[in-house]
Design a binder for this molecule. Sequence first.
Ligand code: NAD
Ligand code: GLY
Length: 358
Amino acid sequence: MRLLQLPLKDNPYSIHIGSGLLNDSSLLKSYCDGDNVLFVTNETIAPIYLDRVKNSVAGKNIHQVIIADGEVYKSRESFFKIIDYLVEHGFRRNDTLIALGGGVIGDLSGFAAASYQRGMNLVQIPTSLLSQVDSSVGGKTAINHQQGKNLVGAFYQPSAVIIDVDTLDTLPDREYFSGFGEIIKYALLGEASIKRLLSSQIDKLFERDRKTLIELIYLSCQMKSEIVAKDEKEKGERALLNLGHTFAHALETLTEYKHYLHGEAVAIGIMMALSLSKIKNLIDSQKVEEYQQLLEKLKLPVNIQRKLSVDAFLAVMTKDKKNQSKALRLVLVKQDRCILKEEPNTQLVADVIQEFTA
Ligand code: NAD
Ligand code: GLY
């Protein structure tokens, strides 16, 4: 097992990464305060993993809330389903909510845990690759609003993250590769060891080799932890973790979360950010091609391939949380690092959207 510490001043916590962790009867229990434990998971994950994790907290009063599967259920209705359950069953602040699932369950449950009695004990057990390398770490929690993704949420840190790579065995292929959208982001942010691993161990990654996955998840969580430790509430550097995301969130919103998985939208968003960076002479075309090939090798889309209104796309982008004024704030790639820049020239961004949607 690999162990990482996220060294936050007020709330440091451990990230456990390994194989067989869900069968460990002492690990999860050691993070469960209070007498009551509420598992929040979804209809797909519950039949595969819920009994196993319930066994590992035997002796506690065990409860469950099962949400339907899908991004559209990262909603106010699901949020109140969890809150109502906690209220009706008299949960206290020191009782534990365990998020068992991908990023949708993690974000939704995290926001419920943050809100119930102003914050109850939370443990994240991410089961998708995307949630293991990104969403379960760092405390961003949210639900979607019909006007945009993650518009309602809170920064709320868990007391631990337990990542069992064995859960990836049951993850459908398309979901598995979607996780690489966020991993490639770390490579572009300057983590050379991730880029090396992606390029040299692609066969092992296709086989879902546990040892290679543990290393990749460890490197990804390490990079994210370092950034979050310096800037927990996204006052500066953490915004770089949103590389490609302003484009991606607009794409997901406009297509009503039906056509692209989050990691796929991020892959396209990264290509759009690379394209804009090239137009602004921050990188050369070789870099764009290199990452396009890497994304394609990992079965990720690099183009939108459908007609969308450029104006509507831009309108959603202007609602992005990173914007501080009317100008768009975007993460761009500059040689071997990323930078956050205000883009006053909306026409340049419109040209990129046009290029990708045509
Ligand atoms: P998801 O939660 O929808 O999970 C993907 C699919 O895989 C679902 O159908 C799910 O039921 C299924 N699944 C998950 N684990 C499984 C397993 N082990 N076996 C079989 N099926 C499994 O999507 P996701 O890609 O995990 O997460 C995307 C969400 O994460 C988005 O809402 C995104 O906004 C959010 N996100 C948040 C952050 C953050 O910092 N909080 C970062 C990145 C993404
Ligand atoms: N996924 C971006 C962040 O956690 O800041």
